[in-house]
Design a protein around this ligand. Structure first.
Ligand code: UDX
Length: 466
């Protein structure tokens, strides 16, 4: 099918490239001239594993092209809207980009269009879209509006698109339903050349869930908010574990063995970030408040998450004593591994808090330096973790990049001022670190001094388990 995608961000570019990958002819538009120029010349404006090769394949096969919004409106009978819906100061989602696209479609398009909202939008945006298309309809356009929320995780977006657990569509007409079934048929049947897996085992049997538009819009916000709630829950429990000397890793393991709870998203840490969870929780609360519903549960989820930064700075202060003038190394700036995205990343709030206390911060991140330096100009960016750690009074692990697990502790010991690791993502087993002479502070687990003398029950537990 000929499909248009409007917006070439993490969601739009992944959607356009993957739809081309499964056999559709896709035209993708981007309003940012610099990004569009890069895309038209085969340069990626963002980092996402596998996406560069999928985009290149699409361009080479002629199934993926880039251009203006107007060209996109003319090109495909089906138009996916994948523009940003960032949070406004009061927490509402900013829908101005969506409204602008709707108006452009209504004024320009004729014949029939299926307009699909893929951006994460508040419930009832679909009915607003219908109203807006009608108001500005100047060429007798016939149209349907559908909701097709994305469940892509940054760092695994291509895989999540091609091997989803579920495809959710909210439709109000049979024609829209049939078009969406046709678009996603190769994914439902898992019948396409997979760019990620060589043998492409049946990783998932995607469920194609058809609902009304409002329910589809709510599934997205409710799912993200539930996942965020799991994270804040385990972070709340982690704080108690630190006081009573329990190990939150064991607590999460024990909880996760109950299939009704599940082990996913029970990793304690410095909190959730990214362009989805923080804004989706905020938007969901605002939607509920405007509808007169009490979502104070989610307000607590948000408060717990916001407190994580303050609690982590407390850990630093407790160990280094006076933060002012201390050299702090920050390992990891992206909001999670395998992405270069620093939007709403805990690292940004953490570094700002450390700078406010007069710390001298140097940082290393495998991918996010460029994007981080745009928002944090006054810290030192280093080419590797050891350079960041030169003269450091403490090394803080903020993003659990795989490469940090392979640190050369002897080399690190020669460059730091003090052998102290404060781990915001529980990357290591405590004994792994103390064995190398480092003091190790982490989340929700007993702290360990360098000599490992204060062997907790856990060590004896470890010996018992052997
Ligand atoms: C999320 C949802 O997972 C995805 O389904 C939705 O489409 C978009 O939002 P994403 O924001 O890319 O995806 O990342 P995710 O892997 O969900 O992590 C979000 C944040 O939660 C990260 O900051 C991560 O570090 C944190 N996190 C995640 C935890 O702190 N603990 C966990 O156990 C899992």
């Amino acid at each position: 099918m000929r499909i248009s995608v409007i917006g070439a961000g993490y969601v739009g570019l992944t959607t356009a490239a993957c739809l081309a990958q499964i056999g559709h002819d896709v035209f993708c538009s981007e309003s940012d001239g610099d990004k569009l120029h890069k895309l038209q010349n085969g340069i990626m404006p963002l980092f996402e594993p596998h996406l560069e090769s999928v985009v290149a394949d699409g361009r080479k096969s002629g199934r993926l092209a880039f251009g203006s919004t107007e060209e996109a409106i003319d090109s495909g009978q089906t138009i996916f809207i994948c523009v940003g819906t960032p949070p406004l100061p009061n927490g509402d989602a900013d829908l101005s980009a969506i409204e602008g696209v709707a108006r452009a479609i209504a004024k320009r398009a004729s014949g029939y269009r299926l307009v699909i909202e893929k951006s994460t939008v508040p419930v009832q945006t679909g009915s607003q879209l219908r109203k807006h298309l009608a108001v500005h309809n100047t060429k007798g356009l016939k149209y349907d509006v559908a909701s097709n929320p994305e469940f892509l995780r940054e760092g695994s977006a291509v895989e999540d698109f091609l091997h989803p657990d579920r495809i959710v569509v909210g439709v109000e007409s049979r024609r829209a339903a049939e078009l969406l079934r046709e678009i996603y048929a190769p994914i439902v049947g898992q019948s396409f050349a997979c760019p990620v897996h060589s043998d492409c085992r049946r990783l998932t049997d995607p469920v194609f869930l058809m609902t009304d538009t409002e329910s589809a819009e709510l599934i997205k916000h409710a799912s993200n908010s539930f996942l965020a709630m799991k994270i804040s829950f385990i972070n709340m429990v982690a704080n108690l574990c630190e006081v009573v000397g329990a190990d939150v890793t064991k607590v999460a393991e024990g909880m996760g063995l109950d299939p009704r709870i599940g082990s996913a998203f029970l990793k304690p840490g410095i909190g959730f970030g990214g362009f989805c969870f923080p804004k989706d929780v905020q938007a969901f609360i605002r939607i509920a408040e405007r509808s007169g519903c009490d979502f104070s549960l989610l307000k607590e989820v948000e408060k717990i998450n916001q407190r994580r930064i303050h609690e982590f700075v407390e850990k630093v202060r407790k160990e280094v004593w006076v933060v002012r003038g201390k050299k702090i190394a920050v390992w990891g700036l992206a909001f999670k591994p395998n992405t270069d995205d620093v939007r709403f990343a805990p690292s940004i709030a953490l570094v700002r808090a450390l700078l406010d206390e007069g710390a001298i911060v140097s940082a290393y991140d495998p991918q996010a330096t460029e994007k981080a330096s745009a928002v944090l100009p006054n810290i030192t960016y280093c080419a590797n973790p050891y350079e960041a750690a030169i003269g450091a009074d403490a090394v803080l692990i903020v993003t659990e990049w795989e490469e940090f697990r392979a640190i050369d502790w002897h080399r690190l010991a020669t460059v730091v001022e003090r052998q102290l690791i404060i781990d915001g993502r529980n990357v290591f087993e405590p004994t792994e670190i103390t064995r190398h002479g480092f003091q190790y502070i982490s989340i929700g687990r007993p702290s360990r001094s360098a000599d490992g003398k204060d062997a907790k029950a856990e060590d004896s537990l470890a010996s018992i388990e052997k």
